[in-house]
Design a protein around this ligand. Sequence first.
Ligand code: CS2
Ligand code: MG
Length: 402
Amino acid sequence: MKITDAKMMVSSPGRNFVTLKVSTDEGIFGLGDATLNGRELAVASCLHDHLIPCLIGRDPFQSEDIWQYFYRGAYWRRGPVTMTAIAAIDMALWDIKGKAFRTPVYNLLGGKSRDAVLVYGHANGRDVEETGDEVAKYISLGYKAIRAQTGIPGLPSTYGVAKDKMYYEPAEKGLPPENSWSTEKYLLHIPKLFESLRVKFGDEIHLLHDVHHRLTPIEAARLGKSLEPYHLFWLEDAVTAELQEGFRIVRQHTTTPLALGEVFNSIWDAHILITEQLIDHIRMTIVHSGGITHLKKVASLAEFYHLRTGCHGATDLSPVSMAAALHFDMAINNFGIQEYMMHTKNTDEVFPHAYSFKDGFLYPGDGPGFGVDYDESLAARFPYQRAYLPVNRKEDGTMFNW
Ligand code: CS2
Ligand code: MG
């Protein structure tokens, strides 16, 4: 089999998505997600202008060699744009192989290691009470695990709190919106949220929280400690992780499980965190860290250090990414949990897919490949619109992490 064509499709059904379609001389095609929030066209150009010309004519079954070709052959290695572009090609090749062998991709990754994929949903509110109401909604939908985010008194806006409850999309059209931040106000308020949720819903439900990269190691240690009585499933992105060693301080002070990695692009962003067991869940995704070919190696290393996965699954990862993630989640042994932010109706219609939700779990479907498609004519009705993620400043105006 030979690759005869590969094309980029950029559309905005609810939000911007970049989708790669790789076609072969046997009429089988594969899809890959190449969406990098706020940098969509950079990845599209990397693929269209640089990688795709080198892909045509190759054998799609040789996914490992093609991965190495684009990783080592790039000379300028890693980084979110390059690794997302490589990921899109890699996903499309696994989709083609699954279709060619007429089997779900999870069977090419070791087969089913479980019956379904445990997911968590996003409950958020302007205050503790409203967040509690949203948690109740998710429990009524059957969720076993819920991430809880709430507004912080004294701060006009904060991460994870959205106007539209079910569909949280942080990127906005126009120029980047500016948020204002106070670590002290946040640290004083978050324990109150989880105290109220445990009082209201008891100890069974898994509760998660995303700090979203906004604390120093010792502040994260303080928060982790103050949340121990509420036994969170995890505390996510507590500190930016360019300095992986920074988590030695957090680890020394708290038993609250730590999750990290949605912004990572390769094993080299996480190898100290994994081999020193400084975190409990690795959140790297197929779409932003070089595809299934690379992520299965990360998961294998993590397995030997007692880490489980917790792949990122926000709305800016398309249904192609979600489908690929579910096949990956079904097969690996050290699966922990999968993030599942629902896409809008328009998105789901442009990306018809086999995966389905039931009682807190996602089921990938048993059809060949990933079981996801792309309606090009419908997508054409939703042209790309430039949008940016917010930036964050401390109350005194200092530039900070969003
Ligand atoms: C977040 C994301 O879902 C999460 O855990 O961290 O919402 C993240 O902010 C977006 O994916 C950024 O594009
Ligand atoms: Mg996150």
